[in-house]
Write a protein that binds this ligand. Sequence first.
Ligand SMILES: Cc1cc2nc3c(=O)[nH]c(=O)nc-3n(C[C@H](O)[C@H](O)[C@H](O)COP(=O)(O)OP(=O)(O)OC[C@H]3O[C@@H](n4cnc5c(N)ncnc54)[C@H](O)[C@@H]3O)c2cc1C
Ligand code: SF4
Length: 291
Amino acid sequence: MTAYARPSSVDEALALLAEDGAVPLGGGTDLAGQVDRGLRRPHVLVDLQAAGLDAIVDRDEGVEIGAAVTLAALLDAPVLSPYEALVIAASTAASPLLRTVGTVGGNLCQHTRCWYYRSPELTCWLGGGDTCYAQLGDHRKHNLEPGDCISAHPSDLAPALAACGATVVVRSPDAERVLPVLDLYRRPTAESRSLLGLAAGELVTAVRLPAPPDASAYVRAGERQAFSFPLVAVAAARRGDAVRVVAAGVANVPRELDPLDPLAGLPGHPQTGWKRDLLAALVERAVDALA
Ligand SMILES: Cc1cc2nc3c(=O)[nH]c(=O)nc-3n(C[C@H](O)[C@H](O)[C@H](O)COP(=O)(O)OP(=O)(O)OC[C@H]3O[C@@H](n4cnc5c(N)ncnc54)[C@H](O)[C@@H]3O)c2cc1C
Ligand code: SF4
């Protein structure tokens, strides 16, 4: 049986999360589906909604966004309008209804949508098994990078935040660390089958944006305009002459790209070569939009 807790502070949430089998719950739009299918069996769901993580704070040199802020709230915050890539990414993620529930922390920490990983009948390599079923079977929507797991990173917010230079605040009961958004992610290894660089009991409490870039853009291709994960998404941001480009959908994790050679290290797989053309076109479009 799964218990439910609704802590009223971050410290209380962290104390609960220190227990074995405790899992943070944002809006549940990803987690509930996994629990429903028996893919995850948490002992305690630690609901973050009353833990004081739902504010967007204008700081001297940037903005701090609490981890429990919803995607919809990002769109209603005038202080975020100079971060155009983030606003577009938030407005295209999921659907209007899901955005009223899904949170920033949950969006960044959501699990891969790989259909083999999500199958209740299979335990694939990433889930702790021996086989990457995608590499044997249907991997049309998977990534472009060789590896043990070829799942594609799903979050719209992650590349936009990374391109804008955001950091993530991660807390445990006795420590806080602040890391670049891209460092929240890692490629899985045989010893650690996780795409997130979070230790047990650690919680994302906030995202910090520096001062807005001079220009930023977000372009994505999905199967539909709404209610459709990005097949490939590209965020670009410019500060002076320096351009930063980060993509989702092309690697296990959000991947920073060289704007002049965006396909480097991304050869594709038998069924995903089409994503290379798409990626090249979207990078060109995103960089052009910065002019
Ligand atoms: C039909 C559908 C379509 C979707 N389309 C898109 C899309 O196009 N683009 C997109 O980006 N997303 C999409 N999503 C995903 C959705 O946006 C995210 O699932 C949502 O933002 C996740 O937020 P949540 O608060 O509901 O996460 P939850 O489901 O509550 O949590 C997701 C995961 O993150 C962990 N977690 C939650 N908060 C924290 C925290 N603060 N610190 C550490 N771990 C945490 C949870 O334990 C869980 O493992 C879609 C989801 C669905 C169901
Ligand atoms: S791509 Fe990754 S998540 Fe999907 S089946 Fe292979 S190992 Fe599992």
